[in-house]
Design a protein around this ligand. Structure first.
Ligand code: T46
Length: 133
């Protein structure tokens, strides 16, 4: 099974333009406790390089694009996010890296938990130990 789980959001368009609605436990498969967005990423900068012990997230590039790398300790896959109607699901215990941000990129992330610094695993060797134990 692929590591990349893509979610497609139906645009509710009319002749004025488009609208996408994301609802917890409906379009997004968890209760949404937090929303954050990443923008103004400098050229050549990569972000992420961590995993979470207990956090599910959906990431959508609402403007521009960036490339995600997901790694479960056994496989590594990548996907370009470049559409406001397409998102990816990021499960617990998945190492993530984000690269190739376009200057206009606005990456929106919906999260199942409140921010908790202690939930982060920032060392790749520690991540491998946790997933392989
Ligand atoms: C993830 C990827 C996709 C907060 O105070 N609250 C928050 O909710 C978040 C997400 C971050 N912060 C603070 C912590 C740092 O001082 O904002 C600063 C930047 O966060 P970080 O370096 O963790 O950013 P990224 O882009 O490396 O990672 C973020 C999320 O933290 C992470 O959970 O999955 O985006």
């Amino acid at each position: 099974m692929s590591l990349i789980k893509t979610l497609y959001f139906k645009p509710l368009g009319d002749d004025r333009g488009s609208l996408v609605a994301l609802e917890g436990n409906k379009t997004v498969p968890f209760d949404i406790k937090r929303v954050y967005y990443i923008f103004g990423t400098k050229e050549g900068v990569s972000r992420g390089y961590h995993a979470h012990r207990n956090l599910k997230q959906v990431a959508v590039c609402v403007i521009g694009s960036c490339r995600f790398v997901l790694d479960n300790g056994k496989e590594r896959e990548e996907v370009v996010l470049n559409s406001s109607t397409k998102g990816i699901m990021i499960e617990d215990l998945t190492w993530r890296e984000m690269h190739d941000f376009t200057p206009d990129c606005v990456l929106m992330v919906l999260a199942s938990e409140y921010y908790d610094d202690s939930d982060y695993i920032r060392d790749y060797q520690e991540f491998l130990k946790v997933v392989n134990d």
